[in-house]
Design a protein around this ligand. Structure first.
Ligand SMILES: [Zn+2]
Length: 257
């Protein structure tokens, strides 16, 4: 799709990654706090809790596993996204590489690009080692794109990433709402990320603001023959994240109509 470069971070394969690590309780507490702050309606909260309960108790249902729906959207729109997958555990990342390998193989068969969701936030000197591990575990040849988990960039990030150009095809670790990029650029800042638009805790964009901002950026990108880089997490199509889901479905419909 002209002017739109879609990317996804896989922080969760599903809610069942998190039986033991406290993430589910934190997710529920944030939404409960959102209700107290007036950012989440009681009706939405009860729907979300119902979805979580179903996902945790029914063996073949997992509301945070949205891969099928993402790939259906890609087929319908002709978009082929880049997916950033971790090969090591990290903050909030608990999935095994054995399970992630199944997802990576499926994405590659689908024609998607798979890159590293790196955990080298404070030790970029260890990135080559992590990339070798990624390549070996998922059988993906280097170079690949890289995005730091939590977009955590240490001092000197850009220069040190550039030094890895032979094994990193591009770096997409920086959030910048205005700096558009092209497929030829080594650094491709994220222009729109759902977590930066909507939060259950803080008043950020309204849905109308978010849609207007998106359309404005896509218009500029088209005029300048540049790309808007969008970052949506794998679980963001979940019915546990109804606002994010509504925005993403609107975007795909808008882009393909
Ligand atoms: Zn992440």
């Amino acid at each position: 799709m002209l002017g739109m470069h879609m990317t996804h971070d896989i922080d969760h394969l599903g809610i069942k990654d998190h039986y033991l690590d406290g993430s589910i309780i934190r997710f529920a507490c944030y939404r409960a706090y959102g209700v107290m702050r007036g950012r989440v309606s009681l009706r939405t909260f009860s729907v979300v809790m119902g979805e979580m309960l179903k996902s945790l108790t029914l063996p073949h249902y997992d509301s945070w596993d949205c891969l099928d729906e993402w790939l259906a959207l890609e087929d319908a729109s002709g978009i082929r996204s880049a997916w950033f997958v971790a090969c090591r555990p990290g903050r909030g990342i608990s999935y095994s590489t054995r399970k992630a390998r199944v997802v990576v193989d499926r994405l590659r068969r689908h024609g998607c690009i798979v890159g590293l969701h790196s955990q080298c936030r404070d030790r970029l000197d260890l990135l080559p080692q992590e990339l070798e591990e990624f390549s070996s575990v998922y059988n993906v040849p280097l170079p690949v794109p890289v995005r730091m988990h939590y977009l955590a960039c240490s001092p000197g990030h850009t220069e040190r990433m550039r030094a890895c150009r032979d094994i990193v095809s591009y770096d997409s670790s920086v959030l910048d709402g205005t700096r558009l990029s092209s497929q030829r650029d080594f650094e491709r800042p994220i222009n729109i990320m759902e977590g930066n638009l909507f939060s259950p805790l803080h008043k950020q964009s309204t849905m109308t603001d978010a849609k207007q901002k998106t359309l404005r950026l896509l218009r500029v990108a088209k005029e300048q023959r540049r790309d808007v880089v969008l970052d949506f997490h794998q679980r963001s199509l979940s019915r546990c994240l109804p606002i994010e889901r509504e925005y993403i479905l609107w975007l795909y419909e808008r882009m393909t109509s």
